[in-house]
Design a binder for this molecule. Structure first.
Ligand code: FAD
Length: 591
């Protein structure tokens, strides 16, 4: 739901020539007028103003939009650049499923990322204008009579983001233009051996991977810009750029009245890792995982883990916010391989990044269908709307220990392993038969690494709505395979801490005496498990339910490795992002 009049809190003031207004997130509660920005144009001395609009690309290195702005400066097409970031109120609404669209973990990470970006821009002699309002309004405020405004940004793929782009274009009218560039993927979109609208993209991963690995190169990352590459308008009062939201609570001015307010999340001692936003921390994590520990050389063997900081890379929050590019990770891995040797593990991180690309291009092809109840395949499933069952899943109180441990970790830390995500998504959709969009929406709210294509793409696949193979996991078997001693479960479900493995995987089977011995009464201290919709004897079957197709619409990490294959698809493939417009309220993702 878009609020029609959104307050724009501009955190900067431009002077001289501008009547000083007290600025800051808490004082300037008005839309910036042209007057606020007149000082810029008066001294720019050029007829083109560049606005470098940062979105999910909060980095200096390998930033295609930034490179575009810098090259326009180098070529004297413009003299000054205003780097801009907007905390857009539409990202702080309550979703139709009742969740804060951006929860505290991601808000905190984002805030840190913006702060870090500002510092980095300052180091190269620039700065960041931080705006509490829509980009449309901010851009409008930056426009000036007689000066052409060129807004440079990374192109996004999905409906809400495309709507914002349209709004910015509208705001610019005939007085400027929005210059969108592709970025944030491993492979360059225009170099893919595919139609521009992705109509011939396979709906399963392996054919896509084979094609790109055989036919495309992963471009080298663009270097960090040099000092002076992005000159600010000379009239900008630098001290006025000091103010920006510093705490999660400062974002509450964007939260609609009556909606739950954001607060700084408290760190959990069991968290896999203490994530810190920003490019600086991203590069440190890359260094840690490659050079400091060599963990990448064992990644293939550890990647299905669930406990601890290093079983997987944990690059996802930084990738999701664009604090690091996948190309930087890939080429640093290549450099590491030159010194330490390559193996299946070092290759596999790039393999996973190709999954990330796949979901982006998949979304480009199918547009808003990834948000629809019947998904990409249009398969009609009788999704249940049992609110109580959903709440038990959300809060980690289903009675299935592995599911509960993962859901509690998510709620308390904003992160969950890939193994966990596969299992809880399979359980929600294929065992409980609950509407998968509620699960995806909860993930969107809570995940620190929420990425629209990766999240909704993985969810629609987990729900069996891509036409590809459906991974229906046997939760008990998964517990035995990936949490052999039950340590993960015991970390997050302390009620079960005394129960030895393997009994801890199925506590409802314990005798009354054993329950007493282990200090837990099932049905009182810890819930009985629910009935599976498909299999009342157990939960899931660790199988696929597409009649033997080997294509993988989702992304499991089965021990047998990943096989992909046969094309499928009995629906139109001719859908760009704009083709599948949803009819619900403007800022929902639901069809
Ligand atoms: C239901 C569900 C929802 C998910 N939601 C998100 C999401 O919102 N954001 C997100 O980044 N990932 C999502 N994933 C994918 C994956 O679970 C996470 O990327 C991964 O767990 C992050 O941990 P990591 O960085 O240590 O991953 P690693 O195992 O170290 O992998 C390295 C990188 O590869 C990419 N990657 C790995 N697996 C996938 C995948 N299945 N799909 C897309 N990219 C992948 C990620 O960028 C990841 O950081 C989801 C998976 C499922 C099953």
């Amino acid at each position: 739901m878009i609020r029609s009049s959104i307050r724009l809190h501009l955190l900067v003031a431009i002077s001289p020539g501008l009547k000083r207004v007290p600025v800051g997130p808490f004082v300037l509660r008005q839309k910036p007028t042209k007057r606020h920005f007149s000082a810029i144009s008066a001294t720019m001395g050029v007829d083109q103003r560049l606005v470098l609009w940062f979105r999910n690309d909060l980095r200096l290195t390998d930033n295609a939009a930034l490179q575009t702005a810098a090259s326009m400066i180098r070529d004297n097409q413009a003299a000054e650049v205003v780097p801009l970031y907007c905390f857009d109120p539409r990202q702080y609404i309550t979703t139709p499923h009742g969740n804060p669209k951006t929860g505290g973990f991601r808000a905190q990470f984002l805030l840190e990322s913006v702060q870090d970006l500002k510092q980095s821009l300052r180091h190269i002699g620039s700065d960041l204008m931080v705006c509490m309002g829509t980009p449309e309004e901010a851009v409008q405020g930056l426009m000036q009579e007689g000066v052409r405004t060129t807004v440079i940004a990374h192109a996004e793929i999905t409906k809400e983001e495309l709507d914002v782009e349209k709004g910015v274009k509208r705001a610019l009218g005939d007085k400027g233009r929005l210059h969108l560039v592709w970025g944030n993927t491993l492979y360059e979109k225009d170099e893919l051996p595919l139609q521009p609208d992705m109509s011939d993209l396979s709906d399963v991963f392996t054919p896509f991977r084979n094609k790109v690995e055989q036919k495309c190169q992963i471009p080298r990352p663009a270097p960090k810009p040099q000092q002076g590459a992005l000159p600010l308008p000379s009239s900008l009062d630098k001290s006025s750029l000091d103010r920006q939201p510093s705490r999660v609570e400062d974002l509450n001015s964007l939260v609609p009245e009556g909606a739950p307010k954001l607060s700084t999340p408290s760190p959990d001692p069991n968290a896999a890792i203490a994530f810190k936003g920003g490019e600086t921390a991203a590069l440190q994590r890359l260094k840690h995982y490659l050079w400091d520990t060599g963990c990448i050389s064992d990644y293939f063997n550890t990647r299905n883990g669930m406990l601890g900081p290093d079983y997987s890379t944990k690059f996802s929050p930084w990738l999701a916010h664009g604090c690091i590019s996948p190309r930087t990770i890939h080429h640093e891995t290549k450099r590491y391989e030159e010194q330490h040797g390559s193996n299946k593990s070092t290759y596999w991180v790039t393999f996973e990044l190709i999954w990330r690309d796949f979901f982006r291009f998949f979304t480009l092809k199918h547009g808003s269908r990834i948000f629809y109840k019947h998904g990409v395949s249009g398969k009609r499933m009788p999704w249940s709307h049992d609110e109580q069952a959903f709440e038990r899943w959300r809060l980690g109180k289903t009675g299935m220990p592995l599911v509960d441990a993962n859901m509690r970790e998510l709620k308390q830390t904003g992160f969950m392993s890939n193994r966990g995500r596969q299992n809880v998504a399979s359980f929600l959709t294929l065992d409980l038969g609950l509407d998968w969009r509620k699960g995806a929406d909860w993930f969107e709210s809570v995940l620190v690494d929420y990425d629209v294509c990766s999240n909704w793409g993985n969810w629609v696949a987990a729900a069996g709505l891509t036409g590809g193979r459906v991974n229906h996991f046997n939760i008990t078997k998964q517990s035995k395979d990936y949490d052999e001693r039950g340590e993960y479960i015991k970390t997050w479900v302390p009620e079960l801490a005394q129960i030895p493995a393997p009994s801890v995987f199925e506590p409802w089977r314990l005798s009354r005496e054993d329950q007493q011995k282990y200090g837990v009464q099932i049905g009182v201290d810890y819930p009985e498990p629910p009935k599976s919709r498909y299999n009342t004897e157990g939960f899931g079957r660790d199988d696929n339910r597409d009649g033997g197709r080997r294509g993988r619409g989702g992304h499991g990490r089965g021990r047998a490795g990943r096989s992909g294959g046969g094309k499928h698809g009995n629906y139109s493939r001719h859908g760009g992002a704009n083709k599948h417009k949803k009819t619900a309220s403007e800022f929902e993702r639901f069809g």
